[in-house]
Design a protein around this ligand. Structure first.
Ligand code: GTP
Ligand code: MG
Length: 206
């Protein structure tokens, strides 16, 4: 029988914040990046997973993270906090810049092993999330979906909302991605999420 994998984050350090992928760390460690609409809880999830309250900067106002932020975990892999997409209140020029940062990272960063697309579990499927996810599929970018803020819904409602998403995504995607559910407020979903990463890290070592 295979031993059950279990990962604990013993060390988490902020390494760099960049707006150009050319300046991102060059040490070749595998990267797991978090993306999603502004305010969905990307930075909060990094703080929850690393058990550090202010490692990634969070805000109740959308548009807080505007660069690529690398956090080195256990001295062997990175969690990457990306800017949010779809925040309409920023000016057009800034939105364009952020879009370019995101596109460059997704299409050119060879260290990216898995992109986690965060979705607020309370909302109906949003057009820009679905388009974004379908484009990941078309471009063969490996990704998973994380439903965030699950403390805000009953289990029944959560299950229903995930089902609606799966139904829509299965229209265009050949295969549905892995799905995770988390609450940074109540520390839910931590183990399953980290063990998924650990499993991939172990495979990369063999
Ligand atoms: P940008 O950097 O602006 O793209 O946002 P972000 O996706 O990094 O969101 P952030 O982590 O800054 O969180 C946005 C707001 O949502 C903050 O007020 C958080 O406290 C709140 N929040 C994040 N995760 C959760 C959660 O699991 N449950 C609840 N109830 N609130 C959360
Ligand atoms: Mg953020």
């Amino acid at each position: 029988m295979q031993p059950k994998l279990s990962m604990n984050i013993k060390k988490a350090t902020f390494v760099a914040s960049n707006i150009s992928i050319n300046k991102c760390p060059q040490d070749g460690y595998p990267e797991y990046a978090l993306i999603g609409r502004s305010n969905v809880g990307k930075s909060s999830l990094i703080n929850m997973l690393t058990r550090k309250k202010n490692l990634a900067l969070t805000s109740s106002m959308p548009g807080k993270t505007q660069s690529i932020n690398h956090f080195l975990i256990n001295s062997e892999w990175y969690l990457v906090d990306l800017p949010g997409y779809g925040y309409t209140k920023t000016c057009k020029q800034k939105r364009k810049i952020i879009q370019k940062i995101i596109n460059d990272y997704l299409h050119q960063r060879k260290e990216l092993i898995c992109l986690f697309v965060l979705i607020d579990c309370r909302h109906n499927p949003q057009k820009n999330d679905i388009t974004f996810i379908n484009e990941l599929g078309e471009n063969s970018i490996p990704f998973s979906i994380v439903f965030t803020k699950i403390d805000k819904l009953s289990w029944k409602q959560l299950k229903e909302n995930i089902y609606i998403y799966q139904k829509i995504l299965s229209k265009d995607l050949e295969k549905l991605p892995p799905i995770f559910t988390t609450s940074s407020k109540n520390r839910l979903g931590e183990k399953i999420f980290l063990n998924f990463i650990e499993q991939i890290n172990q495979k990369l070592k063999t």
